[in-house]
Design a protein around this ligand. Structure first.
Ligand code: 5AD
Ligand code: SF4
Length: 462
């Protein structure tokens, strides 16, 4: 028997890599979490796929913020159930997991309503996913929705370099999670739990890893990102402004953003960061929800409309180039015509570059659900239409004012036309430009030539 002889049993059958399909709903934090889960599963030999038909494991990373978002999950689970059955007839397995905020809020209910689901994992226990998966494969229906005492970030792998490259030149980095504010309409304090800040060293290490993977712009994420706090290397207490200062020293990292902020947590140091840090983009997402003090109080926002406007003036005073974005809710219980007009007036005063607005959606378990004087759907719809039309006009006017400006553009992806690339303006608008020899990841000087409804057009200069 020569050394080359191989026994048939020794030849590994070509093992098909197992595939995971992750569908992400809701906010950027879910996008970040989906990537971390994919990274964690890659250690177990799972490759990400964007074709659900190919998947051995399907994860729905869900959102519970409004009723519609939660309902989408159940209809998707209905479709997956059929797919799973068809797969079983071919003798192949398909594991279905629900993660995210619906998992946290409705854990057992999901198992009851959706028999095809094998595992349910809340946002605080993603690091236990590989283990939960093993148990699910053993036939158990797994549910993990406690708020883990161990730090999930310490157990989740850092972003993988190769996958970071595939994901592109911009990345999210969660620095803070959870919320202690308890706005009366909101489920977040119940689904994401109490406010937790990640330590400086962990954040820095992750940012450096991202840069190694080719990332040029990092958006720091948190439900209350400006409530982030930590301890600097000097032992001094740090706020988000200090963290941004430190991150702007990371070589290769060209741009910084952060979202979402609460008006109560914009401190002087963060405002000064907008003055001092050229890498910090002149964009502030600062939800206000309503322009009526009465409604703000009922929402437990703990500030008035005038305080919000004054705050924006303070940030604009140090960074006149600032684009403001916001979130609004119309039809909160008790909202009168006059309250709504106050919201319209606030929008007129602030002038938004971008905004997100929603009809109030009752969330079980929140104080808002038990309030009197719920607003009729038709009234909500009418108010939303008026508000959105005003916000849309403001967005269009903001874009029109950008025409003629020269900006630095970070090129992110190929455009629709050949030899065209798309980047983001400092104010987060998509900008189309002729590639002109530039590559994705480059930051080039362009002049904005035209504004369309959803994006800008520019020409490279120099
Ligand atoms: N109904 C409607 N919109 C809501 N939001 C949060 N909870 C609700 C709800 N119950 C909106 C707020 C928040 C954004 C993320 O979602 O505007 O800022
Ligand atoms: Fe929800 Fe209010 Fe916390 Fe934002 S600040 S996550 S709206 S409770």
């Amino acid at each position: 028997m020569s050394e080359q002889t191989v026994f048939l049993d020794d030849v590994a059958a070509p093992v098909r890599a197992r595939k995971v399909f992750v569908k992400t709903y809701g906010c950027q934090m879910n996008v970040y979490d989906s990537d971390r889960m994919t990274d964690a599963l890659s250690k177990d030999g799972y490759e990400a796929t964007d074709r659900v038909e190919d998947a051995d494991l399907v994860l729905l990373n869900t959102c519970h913020i409004r009723e519609k978002a939660a309902e989408k999950v159940y209809s998707e689970l209905g479709r997956l159930r059929e797919m799973k059955k068809a797969r079983a007839r071919d003798g192949r397995e398909m594991v279905i997991g629900v993660t995210g905020c619906v998992a946290q809020a409705e854990g057992k209910e999901i198992l009851r309503r959706a028999p095809a689901v094998d595992l349910v994992i809340g946002p605080q226990t993603y690091h236990r996913l590989p283990d939960a998966l093993r148990r699910a494969k053993g036939g158990e229906r797994v549910i993990e929705t406690d708020y883990a005492i161990e730090d999930k970030f310490e157990h989740l792998p850092a972003p993988d370099k190769a996958r970071t490259r595939q994901r592109g030149v911009t990345a999210f980095l969660t620095v803070q999670e959870g919320c202690d504010k308890f706005c009366t309409f909101c489920v977040v304090p119940y689904t994401r739990g109490a406010e937790v800040s990640r330590p400086v060293s962990q954040i820095l290490a992750e940012a450096e890893k991202l840069v190694e993977g080719g990332v040029r712009e990092v958006t720091l994420l948190g439900q209350n990102v400006n409530a982030w706090h930590g301890e600097g290397p000097d032992g001094r207490p740090w706020g988000l402004g200090d963290l941004l200062r430190r991150l702007s020293e990371v070589e290769g990292l060209a741009r910084l953003r952060y979202t979402t902020s609460h008006p109560r947590d914009m401190d002087d140091s963060l405002i000064a960061a907008h003055r001092d840090l050229p890498k910090l983009m002149p964009y502030l997402h600062l939800p206000v929800q309503s322009g009526s003090d009465r409604i703000l109080k009922a929402m437990n926002r703990r500030h008035t409309a005038a305080e919000y406007i004054a705050l924006i003036e303070r940030v604009r005073a140090v960074q006149p180039d600032l684009a403001i974005s916001g979130d609004f809710i119309v039809g909160f219980p008790g909202e009168s015509d006059e309250d709504f007009e106050a919201t319209m007036r606030l929008v007129g005063t602030v002038g938004y570059a971008q905004a997100f607005s929603f009809k109030y959606s009752v969330r079980p378990g929140t104080p808002g659900a038990d309030m009197q004087n719920h607003v009729e759907e038709a009234v909500k719809a009418e108010r939303l239409e008026r508000l959105q039309s005003l916000l849309f006009t403001q967005q269009r006017d903001f874009a029109a004012r950008c025409v003629g400006k020269t900006i630095d553009l970070l090129l992110e992806k190929p455009g629709r036309m050949p030899d065209q690339l798309v980047g983001r303006s400092p104010w987060l608008q998509p900008v189309n430009v002729g590639a002109n020899g530039s590559e994705i990841g480059d930051i080039i000087k362009v002049r904005i030539t035209d504004a369309g409804p959803n994006s800008l057009f520019a020409e490279a200069i120099g």
